[in-house]
Design a protein around this ligand. Structure first.
Ligand code: CLF
Ligand code: SF4
Length: 484
């Protein structure tokens, strides 16, 4: 099994929080409010969901089963014919499964991946176009794993037809992709939809899709389902417009808004890719997300998963658990998941206390916000060697605290024990706008070369919690750097 699975001994290596100081912001057991400012009942529903809680994604994994191959619309950013084991983006999958195969896979994976908490259906087409396949999958899994959280993702066109079925099952988390509320904008994103036994194009297609999305969202929210809205940010097409989208979905009860950057490459064969439509850069994405702050809660840690993704959000192990590598008749062993959850509960409380104590003084610092990158294998700790990192988690530190605001991807620097200079150049490019990286360890040569590029790497906080390390560094080291 790949390193994506957090070894239990990677948790609990840091000295624990020195003092109490549990705050409503930072502790899951606070009085009237739970962690993250959420009401306790809502926190219970999101605290193990790696997409609905940024905090949960340090500990818990999701798996997607690709049981929904067909789609009822065409988006200009999608081409599902592209099939690559190394590609991580929506619509890509290495295997398509029947509901029976999917259930077998889930049972096998749940025995091997103790972090597993959520089962999702996210394509590779639309989860509700042929909804019976999606529902049969969930029904089969529910018989064996009643404690898994169920989640699905849809373009929303068929959603109004299935609201009651979703609510009647225990599917408590639904994502609807909403890229526009103005059909004029929609007509630039969707060439056609298939609805009511016929194909629609142009403004009519966009108008129908918009009306169905809003109806589905509103009715799901009224039934208590936690609805997340994903929006693809397409510069020059809907970037400014997403402010309006955020307002519409707030008024209709959305729980989360997840703005993701358009992935566009001519090699993917999508309409946008072939036309040269570019995606936003990290600064543009952050700029829009900052504009949306104050509306619907924002998700900023999305990894734009494959339709067969398995594991923690930052590290996909789907290639280790394809059907051919799993037993024909798996028997579910609940013990590893139960043991892992017990460890996480203890670890979480300790981390919350430590983070609350460490960040308490930040408001007085008066220092400008800083963006830093962190190498981590999970658990909310700085616990990965720089050379092994294939993604860097980006945190913003300022007087309001320490917050994860995104991630940057690049191939890992170390290959079989040796560093790769070309890859280091790519890493430096991926870290644009970031001048400090926290890693568990880094070799002398890459540290020197990064310093030449203006990027400092700090490895003195190895295995500490991210929040305590960054708060300590922000308050202590930054003034010295400013006066140097
Ligand atoms: Fe999957 Fe989506 Fe459910 Fe998560 S993914 S169906 S809500 S379990 Fe998560 Fe992946 Fe982003 Fe989706 S990181 S693409 S938001
Ligand atoms: Fe592709 Fe999803 Fe759009 Fe369908 S709704 S075309 S599967 S991105």
């Amino acid at each position: 099994m790949s390193s994506a699975i957090i070894p239990l001994n990677a948790l609990g290596r840091q000295k624990s929080a020195q003092t109490g100081g549990c705050s409503a912001q930072g502790c899951g057991s606070g009085g009237g409010q739970a962690a993250d400012g959420l009401a306790p009942d809502i926190w219970q529903r999101v605290k193990d969901h790696p997409c609905y809680s940024d905090e949960a994604h340090h500990y818990f994994a999701r798996m997607h089963v690709a049981v929904a191959p067909a789609c009822n619309i065409q988006c200009n950013y999608c081409n599902r014919k592209f099939d690559c084991a190394n590609e991580s983006r929506p619509g890509v999958t290495s295997e398509r499964l029947s509901p029976e195969q999917a259930a077998r896979k889930v049972v096998a994976v749940a025995s091997r991946v103790p972090q597993l908490s959520v089962l999702g259906v996210a394509g590779p087409g639309d989860a509700l176009y042929d909804a019976r396949r999606t529902f049969e999958t969930f029904d089969r899994v529910a018989e064996v794993l009643p404690d898994l959280t169920f989640c699905l993702s849809t373009n929303g066109l068929a959603l109004p037809d299935w609201v009651d079925e979703i609510a009647a099952r225990r599917i408590g988390h639904v994502t609807v992709t909403v890229n526009m509320v103005d059909p004029e904008v929609g007509a630039r994103i969707y060439p056609w939809i298939f609805h009511g036994h016929r194909r629609w194009t142009g403004l009519d297609a966009a108008r129908i899709l918009h009306e169905r999305q809003m109806e589905g969202l509103e009715r799901l929210a009224a039934k208590g389902v936690l609805v997340k809205v994903n929006s693809v940010m397409i510069p020059g097409v809907n970037d400014d417009h997403l402010v309006e989208v955020n307002r519409w979905i707030r008024e209709r009860g959305a729980f989360l808004h997840n703005v993701v950057p358009l992935i566009s490459d001519p090699g993917h064969g999508t309409r946008f890719g072939l036309d040269g439509q570019r995606g936003p850069n990290p600064a543009e994405l952050k700029g829009l997300q900052d504009r949306l702050d104050g509306g619907v809660r924002l998700m900023r840690h999305c990894r734009q998963c494959r339709a067969d993704a398995v594991g923690l959000l930052g590290e996909d192990v789907s290639q280790d658990v394809t059907l051919d590598k799993l037993p024909e008749t798996p028997v579910y062993d609940p013990a590893p998941r139960a043991a892992y959850r017990a460890v996480v509960e203890r670890e979480r409380e300790d981390r919350h206390r430590a983070a609350a104590a460490a960040t308490a003084g930040l408001a007085r610092s008066g220092l400008p916000a800083r963006l830093v990158a962190v190498c981590t294998k999970g658990g909310g700790r700085i616990n990965q060697h720089f050379g092994h990192a294939r993604e860097f988690q980006v945190y913003e530190v300022d007087g309001r605290g320490v917050r994860m605001i995104g991630h940057r991807r690049a191939d890992n620097y170390c290959l079989g024990g040796d560093g790769d200079d070309d890859r280091l150049d790519d890493i430096i490019a991926a870290l644009a706008g970031i001048d400090t990286v926290f890693a568990a360890k880094i070799g002398h040569c890459p540290k020197r070369d990064l310093a030449k590029a203006g990027i400092a790497v700090i490895d003195s906080y190895a295995h500490d919690y991210v929040e305590t390390a960054l708060a300590d560094w922000f308050q202590a080291a930054l003034p010295a750097a400013f006066t140097a």
